[in-house]
Design a protein around this ligand. Structure first.
Ligand code: 4NP
Length: 172
């Protein structure tokens, strides 16, 4: 085990019941496979579904592709997250804009030196879906939920490559 503190990543969408829980579990899977010392959580910009399990459609589609979301519970982003996390990943541009507003509030609350966090799109380094939003599947059909998993896998591969280039410490 590494004695170094883990690099902490927060995945954020609107409700924290479809996209960001999927991103959390998929990114964790890819980081674990590469023995990266990365700790991952997820949250929503809204408080629509506090303490709710992920949407059953997200759970079903994810499980059919080997990802178990069942133990996750939704929570809203807090100002303290801007101190606790190293990287916050927005699933779409509305989420990113909301996070930038919250970041300003966190700076006002904690002071600029306390904030080392970086904000980025989940798709920042994705070569298949470059800087593309993860479309919100909530009001859509099954293909939307599959698309979320496709993009989470592709973007997570890209983040793992990026973390490896940054030489984040491994657990070995
Ligand atoms: P998510 O999807 O942001 O990917 O979790 C949504 C979940 C719930 C709602 C909207 C989007 N909602 O309006 O309740």
């Amino acid at each position: 085990m590494s004695s170094q503190a883990p690099y902490k990543v927060l995945c954020v969408c609107l409700g924290n019941i479809c996209r960001s829980p999927t991103a959390e579990v998929v990114l964790r899977h890819f980081c674990t496979n590469e023995s990266l010392n990365v700790q991952i959580d997820s949250a929503g910009t809204s408080n629509y579904h506090p303490n709710k399990a992920p949407d059953l459609r997200s759970q079903k589609h994810a499980l059919s592709r080997g990802y178990d979301l069942s133990s996750l519970r939704a929570r809203q982003v807090q100002l303290a997250d801007f101190i606790d996390f190293d990287l916050i990943l927005a699933m779409d541009l509305a989420n990113l804009n909301d996070l930038k507003t919250l970041q300003l509030q966190a700076v006002a609350h904690f002071g600029a030196p306390a904030l080392q966090v970086q904000l980025a799109l989940m798709s920042e380094h994705d070569r298949l879906f470059p800087q593309q939003a993860l479309p919100d599947p909530y009001y859509g059909e099954a293909d939307g939920f599959e698309r979320v998993i496709d993009q989470c896998e592709s973007s997570s591969r890209a983040w793992v490559e990026h973390f490896q280039q940054q030489r984040l410490s491994t657990s070995n």
